[in-house]
Design a protein around this ligand. Structure first.
Ligand SMILES: [Zn+2]
Length: 44
């Protein structure tokens, strides 16, 4: 799921699965469709 968030007066779109931030909603949704949340490099 993609969530919208505001930081430094900028709107970001965050992949809720892995926490990656995108400045374009389309980039975030494209990523989210491919993201299975199991890549350890994204998980802290
Ligand atoms: Zn992701």
């Amino acid at each position: 799921m993609v969530v919208q968030t505001e930081r430094d007066d900028t709107t970001w779109y965050e992949c809720e699965t892995c926490g990656l931030l995108f400045d374009e909603r389309s980039d975030a949704t494209d990523h989210e469709q491919m993201c299975d949340g199991s890549d350890p490099s994204y998980i802290q």
